[in-house]
Every structure is written in structure tokens, then in C-alpha cells.
Design a binder for this molecule. Structure first.
Ligand code: ADP
Ligand code: MG
Ligand code: ZN
Length: 368
């Protein structure tokens, strides 16, 4: 099915993201008092924990200032003792004892090295390297896991140092990148590519999309390393990243993609982690409806694992699925900075003076 077809089905309401049947009830909460950085009008805001809280509002209403500039650093300071200086506010109070960590899942690039990529970020490449050392050819030749790394010398191509391309400095123009002649872009020495797992070498694995790699490794989950690879790649698919290649350089990923890979890495960490508050700033940026549904399921998994999620978002599909909405406004800039509404999405729709409520009402009518 083409993605155009999917879009049409969402737009005509034949396929829409279902609002949850019931909203989680508010129990524990963080209370921020006297927030007045930028355009915020000395407001008190209560953020419920253990649920999906969405901070909505028109552009410039103060969402980022409230959540990223004040709440995040103020909370980090209380939990860890240090942070950048929070924006102007009086106090952060409430059930701070109910969370142990705070994570800002932003759109900054993952990893500085051009060799960092989705499969290394979620630590699945360690398992792939292990799997390849267990193959007969590797055993006979005594290859160690490091031989299948593109970060250290040994098996990686010496000419491009595992990048697959070489950069040519041009005196008066931007540098240009050319496919490495020595390895033909495969990033490894030829003898390393002799090692195959069911017909595929490591260069071919790096060239697989997350979806294809899952299909491939799921066929062989009797092998312990394969089972671990699958469990580490699955969260990438669950956050709507099934289409990216395992080895795609992180420098080429969009901000929204980087953010979703970070989310995936938190999902791989499992269930016995410290209760954490996750903060997202517009995670649906660049996402198709179909992937927004996946993203929402991923956020739900975090909450099911005992965490809390606060999401800055103006996408109505996400607002519709929130347990609790904090709507800022009424306008952007100096005309904003106030809390216009707090409560469930159902109640927000009934709020006639909220622009977010009006947009949400249109969404609901369309999918009814
Ligand atoms: N660093 C800054 N210095 C001065 N004003 C700022 C700064 N950042 C944001 N603002 C202003 O504060 C208001 C709220 O901005 P912001 O929190 O980014 O809104 P939102 O995230 O809802 O789009 C806007 O009027 C914006 O121009
Ligand atoms: Mg913002
Ligand atoms: Zn090379």
C-alpha cells in the first residue's frame, strides 16, 4: 500500500488514531510556582505524573519556555544537584519523591562521530559483532568482535577508517565526499566480508533497513545473539524508524529521527529502571500519521513501565490521546504565557475560547 493511500484514509477518517477508552486519573504531581521567564505571566502549573501529559498551545505561547527552560532544569537540579540555570520561577514542589530521574529527549543529533548510527546507538551492533565471531570462518581465522567494529583498527578499512567514504578538501568550496575506493564503500577489509551469517556479510547487514533486519534475524532467534539483536532493534521499529538503514550515518538523520532513536534506546533498557520523567518537544515533527500511532504506543510502553511523560505537542492526534492537557495561550508572544485550560481532551473540546480545543473538535468530528 502506498503512503499516499494511507494519508487519504486518515484524512477521510476511515483510519484514525483512536482516543484511549479511559484516561489515567491524576494522583502524584509536580507543581511549578510563579513561572515568569520570557512571556510567562507568573503562572502556577501542575504536571501530573505516571501518565501522558501534553502541553499544547499556539506557536510562541510559551510551551518550550515552561517545560524545557524551567521545569526540566529545575527538576534536574533537585534530582541530581546540578543543571543549567532554570528560567525565572519561585519554586518546584509536589511529589518529587515519586521520580528519580529526568530525561529530555530532544532533537539534537545523536553522536558526534560520523560513524555513529542507529544500530550502534541502541547497542545492537555489539550483538551483531558477537554473532559474526561465532561463524566458522571467523572462528578458524581467530577473528575477535573488534574486527567487526568500524570504530577501531583491525577489520575496518584502513583507507577510510570504516566510514565508507573519504572527504576531499576543496580550497574554495565545501568539502566533497567520495565513496572509498579501497573498500568500495563497504567499510571493511575484504577478508572480513568472507564471514557470512546465512549468506550475508556485515556490510550487507549495515545496509539493511530496520524492518528488513528484523525479518532476517527473526528467522534465527534460536541463536542467542540473534534473539538479542531482535530485542534491541524492535524498539526502533516501534518508534516508527523501520525504514532507516542500520548503518545510516547519524549526521544525515533529521531532528525528529534522532529524537525517536533516543526514545528507542530508552525502550531497550527494559523495565526495572528508575522511575523517570521523560520530556519531549514536538516528537511528531516530520512523522506520518501511521508512525504517530506507533510513537503513541511507544510512549504508552514507557508509562506502563512506571515512567511519566510530558510532551510539548500541537498535533491533534497526540493531544487526543493525552491523559491530561495543559493548554497555554491564548495567543503567541506577549499575548500568551497563560494557562488557558487544564484537564482531559474531552473537556478541552468543550472549551470554546481555546484554539487548541477548536482544532481538536475538528479532528474528532472528522474521525467520528
Ligand atoms: N531566548 C529568548 N529570549 C527572549 N524571548 C524568548 C526567548 N525564547 C523565546 N522567547 C519568547 O518567549 C515566547 C514563548 O516562546 P516559546 O516558549 O518558544 O513558545 P512555544 O514553545 O510555545 O512556541 C515567545 O514570544 C518567544 O518569542
Ligand atoms: Mg516550542
Ligand atoms: Zn574504505
Amino acid at each position: 500500500m502506498s503512503s499516499d493511500g494511507l494519508t487519504a484514509r486518515y484524512l477521510t477518517g476511515r483510519e484514525s488514531i483512536e482516543a484511549p477508552e479511559r484516561r489515567r486519573a491524576v494522583r502524584d504531581r509536580l507543581v511549578l510556582r510563579g513561572a515568569r521567564e520570557h512571556n510567562l505571566k507568573d503562572i502556577d502549573v501542575s504536571f501530573p505524573l505516571h501518565m501522558l501529559t501534553v502541553v499544547s498551545g499556539v506557536s510562541g505561547s510559551g510551551k518550550t519556555t515552561l517545560v524545557k527552560r524551567i521545569l526540566y532544569p529545575a527538576l534536574k537540579r533537585q534530582l541530581e544537584g546540578f543543571s543549567e540555570r532554570p528560567g525565572e520561577h519561585l519554586a518546584l514542589e509536589g511529589d518529587l519523591a515519586r521520580i528519580e530521574a529526568v530525561e529530555l529527549v530532544d532533537q539534537d543529533p545523536i553522536g558526534r562521530s560520523s560513524r555513529s548510527n542507529p544500530v550502534t546507538y541502541v547497542k545492537a551492533w555489539d550483538e551483531v559483532r558477537q554473532l559474526f565471531t561465532e561463524q566458522d570462518v571467523a572462528k578458524v581465522r581467530g577473528y575477535k568482535p573488534s574486527f567487526f567494529s568500524f570504530n577501531v583498527d583491525g577489520g575496518r578499512c584502513d583507507v577510510c577508517q570504516g566510514e565508507g567514504e573519504v572527504r576531499i578538501e576543496m580550497q574554495f568550496m565545501a568539502d566533497i565526499s567520495l565513496t572509498c575506493d579501497a573498500c568500495k564503500g563497504k567499510r571493511f577489509k575484504e577478508e572480513i566480508l568472507d564471514v557470512k551469517f546465512h549468506g550475508h556479510d556485515v556490510a550487507e547487514v549495515l545496509d539493511m533497513t530496520v524492518d528488513d533486519a528484523l525479518l532476517f534475524f527473526q528467522l534465527h532467534t534460536g541463536t542467542a545473539a540473534c534473539a538479542r539483536i531482535v530485542s534491541k532493534l524492535l524498539p526502533l521499529q516501534q518508534t516508527g524508524m523501520g525504514y532507516v538503514k542500520l548503518g545510516q550515518s547519524s549526521s544525515t538523520l533529521s531532528g525528529g529521527e534522532a529524537q525517536r532513536i533516543k526514545l528507542a534506546s530508552f525502550l531497550t533498557k527494559g523495565q526495572d529502571e528508575r522511575p523517570t520523567l521523560f520530556i519531549f518537544d514536538e516528537p511528531t515533527t516530520g512523522l506520518h500519521f501511521h508512525d504517530i500511532a506507533k510513537l503513541l504506543r511507544a510512549l504508552d510502553m514507557l508509562i506502563a513501565n512506571g515512567h511519566s511523560v510530558i510532551c510539548i505537542e500541537h498535533n491533534t492526534e497526540v493531544i487526543k490521546c493525552a491523559d491530561h492537557v495543559i493548554d497555554l495561550g491564548p495567543e503567541g508572544g506577549e499575548g500568551g504565557g497563560q494557562v488557558v485550560f487544564t484537564g482531559t481532551p474531552e473537556d478541552l473540546v468543550a472549551q470554546s475560547d481555546s484554539l487548541t480545543g477548536a482544532a481538536l473538535a475538528r479532528n474528532w468530528t472528522r474521525s467520528a
